[in-house]
Design a protein around this ligand. Structure first.
Ligand SMILES: NC(=O)c1ccc[n+]([C@@H]2O[C@H](COP(=O)([O-])OP(=O)(O)OC[C@H]3O[C@@H](n4cnc5c(N)ncnc54)[C@H](OP(=O)(O)O)[C@@H]3O)[C@@H](O)[C@H]2O)c1
Length: 349
């Protein structure tokens, strides 16, 4: 594969609105030892793209400070965590049999080596990501999925949304036959959680709204409750014995109101705060029932290996709501911000 010296990319030059997304011709990234150069075929959008661009993560003790999720961002920064593509070149020490292979990049930058490391950085935030024709990544973060029946768009939909959902499912130790509550179920993470929990043999009660309810049911939820009405009452009617696990990206009032729905030894996993981060709950509902409240950020390397096996087997079917050419990245991000979609929005460099 011939690699050019320059490429088209979209990068942010400061925090701000969609207008800080700048189209540019930039050098193709230089390969370091142990790295792989990937020709990007599809890059999926995530909420973190919006918040990193806007700088709305705050800092400890300074919640209004402009910041990326782990602190200050180096500008200019090419965004985009979720890359599917083809290996174009490899650096020193990397098997050149990888060249030409179809791959998915694990976007996490981990705190340690080993299968259970914690993610402490992200492609498109702490290093340049996939809003460009090429991206580099460490070879052990690049997964060969050549035999997967999924399309490039579907593969790009996997890393953040499905990785996060699988991280929640694994940290909850969800078992076949258990009942699971999924909030924000029409979104990227929520729809992935519905599919993965269903594939695990769980009984899925999902929370969604309006016209998206039908799509959540189609993705595998046994029951979908409407968040425009009393969620707790509807969940109690759908799962009178209580729920074993909550996979929650909404938090806010749902945590305090929903904890009493847990059965003995239940697990409530939080991975997002769409409904508010300042949460109050009665701690007696936790300790009197040996319940666990678990924070979950993305996935571990072991979770990602498992996810890539599911991709190779076609065990999950990501839903793509829209695709845009790379030069319409700003429009695609605005579409994401409107939250009218079901599933993932994907860019094509
Ligand atoms: N911890 C992590 O590693 C991690 C990774 C990725 C994402 N996240 C977080 O997870 C959350 C969801 O991300 P996503 O990419 O799945 O989002 P998304 O695609 O935008 O979907 C979120 C869904 O939640 C529902 N929703 C929106 N606002 C709500 C509110 N105020 N109250 C209740 N439901 C609401 C909407 O569905 P309905 O209208 O159908 O209810 C929406 O489709 C975000 O907070 C994101 O930051 C965390």
């Amino acid at each position: 594969m011939t690699v050019p010296t320059t490429m088209r990319a979209v990068r942010i030059v400061e925090h701000g609105g969609p207008d800080v997304l700048e189209q540019a011709d930039v050098p193709v990234p230089t390969l370091g030892a142990g790295e792989v150069l990937v020709r990007v075929r599809a890059v999926a959008l995530n909420n973190t793209d919006l918040w990193t661009r806007e700088g709305t993560y705050g800092r400890p003790g300074s919640p209004e400070a402009l910041s990326g999720w782990r602190g200050p961002i180096d500008f200019p920064r090419i965004q985009g965590a979720d890359v599917a593509g083809q290996v174009a070149a490899v650096g020193d020490g990397v098997d050149d049999g990888l060249i030409g292979r179809r791959v998915v990049v694990d976007p996490a930058i981990y705190d340690t080596d080993g299968p259970h490391a914690h993610p402490v950085g992200l492609l498109g935030s702490e290093r340049d990501g996939g809003y460009g024709e090429y991206v580099t990544a460490p070879a052990d973060r690049v997964h060969d999925v050549t035999r997967s029946p999924l399309t490039d768009d579907q593969l790009a939909a996997l890393p953040t949304a499905y990785g996060t959902a699988l991280g929640m499912v694994e940290r909850a130790r969800l078992q076949a036959g258990e009942s699971v509550l999924v909030s924000g179920a029409s979104g990227g993470v929520g729809l992935a959680a519905v599919q993965i929990a269903r594939a695990r043999g769980a009984r899925v009660v999902a929370v969604s709204s309006g016209s998206k309810i039908a799509a959540v049911r189609e993705a595998g939820a046994h029951t979908v409750v409407d968040r425009a009405q009393d969620v707790v009452e509807q969940v109690r009617a759908a799962a009178p014995e209580g729920i074993d696990v909550a996979l929650d990206v909404v938090a806010g009032d749902l945590v305090g109101e929903g904890l009493p729905l847990l059965r003995e030894g239940g697990r409530w996993v939080v991975a997002g705060a769409l409904g508010g981060y300042d949460v109050a709950f009665d701690v007696r509902r936790l300790y009197l029932h040996n319940a666990l409240l678990i924070g979950s950020s993305m996935h571990t390397p072991a979770h990602f290996d498992l996810l890539m096996e599911m991709a190779r087997d076609g065990a999950i079917q990501p839903v793509i709501s829209a695709t845009f050419p790379l030069d319409q990245a700003a429009r695609a991000q605005e579409e994401l911000a409107h939250r009218r979609h079901v599933g993932k929005i994907v860019l094509h460099p």
